[in-house]
Design a binder for this molecule. Sequence first.
Ligand SMILES: Cc1cc2nc3c(=O)[nH]c(=O)nc-3n(C[C@H](O)[C@H](O)[C@H](O)COP(=O)(O)OP(=O)(O)OC[C@H]3O[C@@H](n4cnc5c(N)ncnc54)[C@H](O)[C@@H]3O)c2cc1C
Length: 432
Amino acid sequence: MWSKPVGGWGGAIVTRRAAGFQWEEGPNSFSPTPELLALAIAVGLRDELMLADRRLPRYVWWQGRLQAVPMAPPGLLTTGLLSPWGKLRAAIGALGFVPPSFAAEETVGGVFPAAFGAGGFGAVGGSLCVGGVCRRSRGFVPRGGISAGGGHRGVGGGLVAGFAQALRQRRAPDPQLPQTKPGELGSFREGIEALPRAIAVDLAQRGGAIGLGQRLIRLEPLGDRWRATLATAEGEQTQEARSVVLAVPAHGAAKLLAWLPAAASLAAIPYPAVACAVLAYPDGDLRQPLRGFGHLVPRGQGIRTLGTIWASSLFPGRAPSGFSLLLNFIGGVTDSDLAALPPDAIAAAVHRDLQQILVKPTAPSPQVLAVNLWRQAIPQFTVGHRSRLAQVEAVVAGEPGLFLAGNYLGGGGLRGLRAPRSGGCGPSRRLS
Ligand SMILES: Cc1cc2nc3c(=O)[nH]c(=O)nc-3n(C[C@H](O)[C@H](O)[C@H](O)COP(=O)(O)OP(=O)(O)OC[C@H]3O[C@@H](n4cnc5c(N)ncnc54)[C@H](O)[C@@H]3O)c2cc1C
C-alpha cells in the first residue's frame, strides 16, 4: 500500500490507514470548486472523486443538546438555535428591511450575533470564530466548519437577497467537469492525499524534478535571478532561478523575506495550534446511529473540543463494519494551553467531551487511531488582514520573479488556494 514519504508532498494534507480505517489528519473534505475539479481531472482523478451526501445534517451543541443547523432561510424561523428576538431579526433581515450595518472589515464574532442575536446560531460565529474577519457582502453561508478562530465570511444583509444574489452569481456548469450541487463536499476514494500524490506523479511524468525533504533556508535576489539555499541530507545546496514561487505559510515566508518591508505583515498573521484526534467507537457505544456531517461546539458550553467530523457517516467505507470514526478538533485561539498537552491527555479530553454529546456516558475509552498536533494550523484572518495582504502584494510586486502562494492569501481551506501572487504574472513574466 502506498504511504506518504516523510517530508513529502501535500503539506497539511495527511491521509492515513490502519486496522481497516482510513482517515484524514488535516483537511477532511473540500468544496468542489471548478478550479479544484479541473486540477483533479487533469491529474487523472476523475474516477476517484467522492461527493458526500449534501443532505447530511450539520449540528451545533447548544444548551445541552445537538441541534440541526438550518440549511435555508425558512429553517431559521423554527430552529432552537435562535432566540425569539433572533428569529424576528432574521425575518426582518431576510426581507431586506433592516440589514445589519457592518463595517468594511468586521469580526465574525461581531457579525453573527448582530445578524442572528445571541442564540446558538450567533454563538457559532461569535464563539468558534473569535478573531475571524468578515468580508462585507450580502451572501449567506449556512455551512458549518472549523477554522480554529477564523472562518465564515460574507454574512449579513437580507437573507433572501443574499440567496438571490448567490443564485445569480452561480456560474454555468462546465460540461467537462463532474456536476456538483451547492453544499456538496468532496474527497477522493483514497483520501485527499490522492491529489498531491497525483500532482507529483504528473509533474514527474512531464520531466519535472521534485526534491523532497529539502528545507529552503535562504532566499536572496541576485540581479535578475534568485539564489535559494536549501538544507538537504547531503548538506547545504544552492540553486538559481529567474522565478521563485514561495508556497510556504506566512510565518515561513516572513523569515525567508526578512529583508522586505512586508515581512512584518506576513509574520503578524496568527496560526493557532489545533489538534486532530482520531477516535473510533463500536457503534453500540454511540447514543444514536451516526448520520450527519458533524457537530460544532460554540465556546461557553462547557466543552473543550471545537467540533467533530462524523467521518464514517460523511464518506462511507472509512471504518470497518460496526465502528464509527470521529475526527475531533481541539485547540484554537481560545485554548492556547492545548499545545502543552501530551497526545493521550488530548485524546482523553476529547473522549470526556464526546461522552456528553455523542457517545454513551458509560462508553469505555475508544480506539485512538491518531492525535496530530498542528502547532501552527490555520491562518486567522484577523481585523487588518486585508490591509496587511495589500501591503505584502505591493511590496512583492516590486520584486520581479518572486511569487507567493498559499492559503493565507485566499480562503482558509483547499478551495481558497490561489494561483501564485505577485506583481503582474503577465506574458512577459512567465515562471522559468
Ligand atoms: C487540522 C486541519 C484541518 C483542515 N481541514 C480542512 C478541510 O476540511 N477543508 C479544507 O478545505 N481545508 C482544511 N484545512 C486547511 C487546508 O489544509 C489548508 O488550507 C491547505 O492544505 C494549505 O495549503 P498550503 O499549500 O497553503 O500550505 P501547507 O499545506 O501548510 O504547505 C506548506 C508546505 O511548505 C513547507 N515548508 C514550509 N517552510 C518551508 C521551507 N522553509 N522550505 C521548504 N518547505 C517548507 C511545509 O513543510 C509544507 O509542506 C485544514 C487544515 C488543518 C491544519
